[in-house]
Design a protein around this ligand. Structure first.
Ligand code: ATP
Length: 234
């Protein structure tokens, strides 16, 4: 479904990605794990068209989207939940969700999207008239995820969804990611919480300073000694 080929991204003299390649098959949950500064956010931003790589390719269902702008990529079936949530604080929950459906004009499709999102996130329905800026961190994360799902993507990229959340919310967010996957959406998940990410992922790639240093089945990686030491705190 998604293929990244030999991606190089430079920020001035800093090479953030040094030629990474990986793929995500339809229906999979793929985790991208790695330490701070490894290049995880840069990878997602390049895939979703927020950054243009120095070289390399991004293919979505065989179509080269490397130079396609972000808003067009959304209408091609990919959504991105950015790091740090970035909800529109001065808009209500409902208005934020509506923004997520900007690629759609058909009213019944939008109503359908609302129904599905409210099914996954009953809390958002309860709070649909509340200003997003007054939601708790966990609720804002749900809103950011819900907003991305309003475009009814076939693949969703999630950047550190558990960051800064209390353990109960972390649990809830990971349960929701699993249910989004079960409902048929492909997921590319960037996480510092490697243990939780590997627990729900099918496969994973490990990034270190701009290179993929290890990849494999999530369960194999969970039992890998170098992963245990470096990322699982064991
Ligand atoms: P984190 O988990 O801390 O968010 P990350 O794995 O997502 O880390 P990136 O944010 O992709 O890593 O950063 C990769 C490298 O590129 C880092 O060395 C970072 O300092 C650098 N970098 C990222 N954004 C910029 C920028 N706008 N200008 C210059 N350097 C940048």
């Amino acid at each position: 479904m998604l293929k990244v080929e030999d991606l190089v991204v430079n920020y001035g003299v800093i090479q953030a990605l040094k030629g990474i390649s990986f793929e995500v098959n339809e229906g999979e949950v793929i985790a991208l794990i790695g330490a701070n500064g490894a290049g995880k956010t840069t990878t997602l931003q390049t895939i979703s068209g927020m950054l243009t790589p120095t070289s390399g390719k991004v293919l979505l269902e065989g179509t080269d989207i490397t130079k396609v702008p972000g808003h067009k990529i959304v209408s091609m079936g990919m959504a991105h939940v950015p790091e740090g949530r970035r909800v529109f604080a001065g808009l209500t929950v409902l208005e934020n969700l509506k923004m997520g459906a900007y690629t759609r004009s058909n009213k019944s499709e939008i109503a359908d999207a609302f129904e599905r999102v409210y099914e996954s996130f009953p809390r958002l329905k309860e709070r649909q008239n509340q200003l997003a800026g007054t939601l708790s961190g966990g609720e804002q994360q749900m809103l950011a995820m819900g907003r991305a799902l309003m475009s009814q993507p076939r693949i969703v990229l999630m950047d550190e969804p558990s960051m800064g959340l209390s353990p109960i919310y972390v649990e809830e967010i990971f349960n929701i990611i699993e249910s989004i996957s079960k409902a048929g959406t492909t997921v590319l998940l960037v996480e510092q919480n490697a243990k939780k990410a590997l627990a729900i992922a099918d496969r994973a790639y490990v990034l270190e300073t701009g290179n993929i240093v290890l990849f494999g089945d999530a369960t194999t990686l969970l039992n890998d000694n170098s992963i245990k030491k470096a990322y699982l705190g064991e």
